[in-house]
Write a protein that binds this ligand. Structure first.
Ligand code: ADP
Length: 745
């Protein structure tokens, strides 16, 4: 038992040790299975979004640059075209005036020409045009008829000075405030070949200013036009028109950069703001400039990049969520599987435990059964001597008192034997060893035995004995004859035991539909209290102890009876009225071998009883020879004493070996061979006898203290002719021997 407990502990500790580390490892593995792929996807997403953002930026930068270049070129072209036209007009007018002056044209004629030309150009230049004028032959002439104030000195005006400095080239005078109109204008002047006269034309800056609208990138930033001296010719912010770059903050540095680059683009940081500047130098060292803050310019790109990142994040989150749920499902599934495995392991463990417990219980039961079987064997051997010797006293003693004692010994001995048999049966049933030994049997033979064993008992108690046997019971059936007899006998014995007056009745019938033998045993005895009916069939349970205190019993009979009936697919039930009597019904399923009805059994029984009144079978065979083999001296003596009345010659052998030696010399009519002997056992001895043909024609009867069911069949199978169980009752011995020895032999 201790070993079992140790094993159980081991199983327990193994189970928990098995599970925990595996769980932790599995959990770690599972977590990394979730994190690693997600981490890789995250890195991929980050790389993707950085890459696409960069691409986006590169594309948009080159786009912007292209647009910027285009825009600035287009505005430059328009501006150059405009300036070139104004220069051309001035140049042609100057040439014409020069020609007129050289060919004697008067001042009036020249004025007239200038007036006509002014009108003509006003159509071409629209509102930008203010008129053509000049300094011819020492006086100021104006094509639009403007009368200069008295202090107006043409020689000191920018248009005159610039033209003079340009030495015959057509020059553009930097913007200045027109004395006549107060507008910012530019003049285009040219000095004639005489080095004194100058023709000039004024153009307002409206047109150039209008180009500022085009100097924007995607509606962002602003443009301006500045000349070589830093004078702002046109500006998005019109207020700045006509001012010098020096006058605005950082303007000087800015101008410096513009001039350095000339044509192209550059980045210019001002007040911490990064600007992209596009610049193009056109004729007369004018610079067309677009400046736009990078932040503003790339705002769209940035928002595009932001959207890009958001999309990547959303995609990542979606992947993560799907992956997580997939992973979770997988985890749940794995967990369920793990739980199932745990459950299986638990069940395995429980099954193991149960098996261990069952094994140990079985072992204990087996030990108990073996113990009981041994005990019963051990008890039966001395009982053989007690009962045998007692039989001798009964036969030979003439003292009535001693005979009475001997009778008491005989009855107590029989009771003791039946108790031993009951205990043996119960231990077999409980250890599951009880097996039905099914044979062909005649039902009337069972009835004979029962009537023989109970009728006299009942009658000697003064009870009426009723027997009712259904004539339709099949005559031959297949089942455990011995156990059926035991069941009916037990119920009948109880009925007789617990009835002091009235009658006991045995009624037997057969249910053809369910193939059931129905045995009813009724009595007019003490009856059983209602509350006791339920516990009646429990083992060792005796009821109504006070009333039954003088009746011997162990409380095993009904339990065994019921269990045997259940093994036969039937049951034992009881109906009882306390003080009036009881009816026990046993239903036993039996196979039918011969359907021929048993007929009127009671009539046959009565006939037999009538004719056998004086019949006493006695064996007397002075010429017969019997060999009795038993290692127990006492048993040898009992048998030879029992057989004394038969005058049979008894030879005794105290071992198997001695038996064989004797048989080599002599022959016998019957051999009684004990089973349990030191040295050669009964079976071993039989084998030698058979092998050596020592007693071929002699019946060999097994003697054994094994009161087990089916013992008879076992011994017959081994080659014995018959079987007698110890303690040997004389009647049994005599009737057995009568089968093999003729009386009066
Ligand atoms: P026991 O060895 O005591 O007879 P049983 O198992 O045969 O054991 O019976 C159990 C108990 O049932 C008995 O002790 C007795 O009280 C009661 N009993 C059995 N048969 C009858 C009967 N025919 N009439 C009254 N009581 C009975």
């Amino acid at each position: 038992m201790n070993n079992n407990y140790i094993r159980i502990d081991n199983v327990e500790s193994n189970t928990s040790a098995d599970i925990k580390p595996v769980d932790i490892e599995a959990a770690k593995r599972n977590r990394s299975r979730l994190i690693i792929p997600l981490f890789l996807i995250l890195i991929f997403m980050v790389v993707m979004s950085v890459y696409t953002s960069r691409q986006l930026k590169t594309v948009s930068v080159s786009n912007i640059k292209e647009i910027g270049e285009d825009r600035i070129q287009s505005v430059s072209a328009q501006l150059e075209n405009y300036l070139y036209t104004t220069k051309s007009v001035t140049w042609v007018t100057a040439d014409t005036v020069e020609f007129m002056a050289r060919n004697g044209g008067t001042s009036d004629q020249i004025l007239k020409y200038l007036t006509e030309e002014s009108e003509k150009q006003s159509v071409q230049f629209d509102e930008n045009y203010t008129g053509i004028y000049g300094y011819i032959k020492g006086e100021y002439i104006d094509g639009v008829g403007w009368e200069p104030p008295a202090d107006y000195n043409p020689l000191e005006r920018d248009w005159y000075i610039t033209a003079k400095e340009a030495r015959g080239e057509t020059a553009i005078v930097p913007p200045y405030v027109d004395a006549q109109t107060g507008n910012v204008i530019i003049s285009i002047s040219r000095m004639l070949k005489n080095g004194k006269d100058v023709i000039s034309m004024d153009v307002r800056l409206n047109y150039i200013q209008s180009l500022m609208d085009e100097l924007k990138l995607k509606g962002k930033g602003y443009g301006f036009i500045v000349d070589d001296n830093g004078l702002i010719v046109a500006h998005e912010d019109e207020d700045k028109k006509g001012t010098l770059m020096d006058e605005i903050p950082h303007g000087e540095d800015f101008l410096h950069e513009i001039k350095r680059v000339g044509s192209g683009n550059f980045t210019y940081v001002q007040d911490g703001v990064k600007n992209i500047v596009f610049v193009n130098e056109i004729m007369d060292h004018w610079f067309v400039v677009i400046t736009v803050s990078e932040k503003e310019l790339y705002a769209e790109t940035r928002s595009q990049m932001f959207v890009n990142i958001v999309i990547c994040t959303v995609i990542f989150l979606m992947i993560a969520i799907f992956y997580y749920f997939g992973y979770k499902n997988e985890q749940d599934y794995a967990r369920r599987m793990e739980e199932m495995k745990m459950e299986e392991r638990k069940q395995e463990y429980e099954t193991k435990m149960l098996k261990i417990e069952k094994d140990s219980a079985d072992q204990a039961n087996r030990a108990k059964s073996v113990f009981l079987a041994n005990m019963s064997h051990e008890i039966r051997t001395p009982m053989n001597a007690i009962i045998g010797m007692d039989e001798m006293i009964l036969r030979e003693c003439n003292d009535e008192n001693i005979k009475k004692y001997a009778k008491d010994i005989q009855s107590a001995g029989k009771t003791l034997l039946s108790i031993i048999n009951d205990i043996l049966d119960l231990s077999k049933i409980e250890s599951g060893k009880m097996e039905l030994v099914q044979v062909r049997y005649e039902f009337s033979s069972i009835l004979n035995d029962i009537v023989n064993m109970t009728m006299n008992k009942a009658k000697s108690k003064g009870l009426k004995y009723n027997l009712e046997v259904d004539p339709n019971i099949p005559s031959v059936m297949f089942g455990d004859e011995i156990r059926i007899r035991q069941i009916i006998l037990n119920l009948m014995n109880n009925a007789i035991k617990y009835t002091s007056e009235g009658s006991v009745s045995l009624s037997v019938s057969f249910d053809k539909v369910y193939r059931k033998l129905i045995v009813k045993v009724s009595d007019t005895g003490k009856g059983i209290k209602k509350e006791d009916l339920d516990i009646l069939f429990n083992s060792f349970q005796r009821v109504d102890q006070t009333a039954n205190r003088n009746i011997e019993g162990t409380g095993l009979g009904l339990n065994i009876t019921k269990q045997l009936a259940e093994m036969m697919g039937g049951d034992v039930t009881v109906e009882s009225e306390y003080g009036k009597g009881s009816v026990f019904t046993a239903e036993l399923v039996q196979k039918v071998v011969d359907v021929t009805p048993i007929g009127d059994y009671t009539e046959r029984l009565n006939d037999a009883l009538d004719s056998s009144v004086d019949f006493e079978p006695t064996l007397l065979a002075p010429n017969a020879k019997i060999l009795v083999v038993d290692d127990n001296e006492m048993n040898l003596m009992v048998i030879s004493e029992l057989l004394r009345v038969t005058q049979i010659k008894v030879t005794k052998a105290s071992s198997g070996e001695q038996c064989i030696d004797i048989l080599r010399e002599d022959s016998f009519d019957v051999i009684l061979l004990d089973q349990m002997m030191p040295g050669l056992s009964g079976t071993d001895t039989l084998k030698v006898i058979k092998d050596e043909n020592l007693a071929d024609a002699t019946p060999i009867i097994a003697l054994t203290a094994d009161a087990i069911v089916g013992a008879k069949e076992i011994y017959l199978k081994e080659g014995f002719t018959d079987y007698l169980s110890k303690p040997i009752m004389y009647e049994e011995l005599e009737s057995t021997l009568l089968r093999y020895i003729d009386s009066e032999l």
